[in-house]
Write a protein that binds this ligand. Structure first.
Ligand code: PXP
Length: 242
């Protein structure tokens, strides 16, 4: 069964809507841990649209599960990440105009910058994951990059309809198998929700799911404990929570 890591960016987005102090994403993360989250994920974006530098420091000081920091290859963000104390670094593409992370990292196209950044992150002791689309050529490139993990982008699966759903699930499964044959470990995330998470959680070899938007959205209605608990039950193989 994969571990459930919860992305708290959307709590910070709500706070930043007023540039104030509430809701506090750190307090929310701590409550998510009490509800069963096995890791906390956040993305320090260049434009600081949600998570702020001080949030990363406070998370590191206060959470007791794993801290997974998503970052782009931007030099300023890489420098900040090196002193963050994060347990995991997930390298993602970033485009200022996007609403959320669109598509995976082009590991082949970014080979030069990755070759500079990955050794620096390895030197501070975290594990590294590359957020990629479930494409065989990206998986192969990741295997030669020095990163220990990939995180498969589940956005195409999450957006799929009809017969495209099993086709997208097959792509995720094949990418997972290929990655493991090549010695990589595999996480997954993006767009997963209470209706679509089950089949992904059942894929053999996926170690961690990173889920944010759907859990934060559900928590608005029924609170953090039910939102996290229901998702954990689904990841563990329960069906029928909608
Ligand atoms: N994984 C990565 C690398 C992401 O960038 C995101 C979105 O920030 C997620 C997982 C979580 O996606 P969602 O909020 O759609 O669950």
């Amino acid at each position: 069964m994969p571990r459930l890591h919860i992305n708290i960016d959307h709590v910070a987005t709500l706070r930043q809507a007023r540039r104030g102090f509430e809701p506090d994403p750190i307090a929310w993360a701590l409550e998510a841990e009490r509800a069963g989250a096995q890791g906390i994920t956040c993305h320090l974006r260049k434009d600081r649209r949600h998570i702020q530098d001080a949030d990363v420091v406070a998370l590191r000081a206060q959470i007791t599960t794993l801290l997974n920091l998503e970052l782009s290859l931007d030099p300023e963000i890489v420098e900040l990440s090196l002193t963050s104390g994060a347990d995991e670094f997930c390298l993602v593409p970033e485009n200022r105009k996007e609403v959320t992370t669109e598509g995976g990292l082009d590991v082949l196209g970014e080979a030069g910058r990755l070759a500079l950044v990955i050794p620096k992150l390895l030197a501070v002791g975290g594990v590294i994951s590359l957020f990629i689309d479930p494409e065989p050529e990206q998986v192969r490139a990741a295997a030669g990059s020095g990163a220990q993990f990939i995180e498969l982008h589940t956005g195409s699966y999450s957006n799929a309809e009809g017969l495209d759903i099993p086709r997208e699930l097959r792509r995720l499964s094949e990418a997972t198998n290929l990655a493991r044959e090549l010695g990589l470990r595999v996480n997954a995330g993006h767009g997963l929700n209470y209706l679509n998470v089950g089949p992904v959680a059942l894929l053999d070899g996926i170690e961690e799911l990173n889920i944010g938007h759907s859990i934060v959205s559900r928590a608005i209605f029924c609170g953090i404990h039910d939102a996290v608990g229901d998702m954990k039950a689904l990841v563990a193989g329960a069906d029928g929570i909608a």
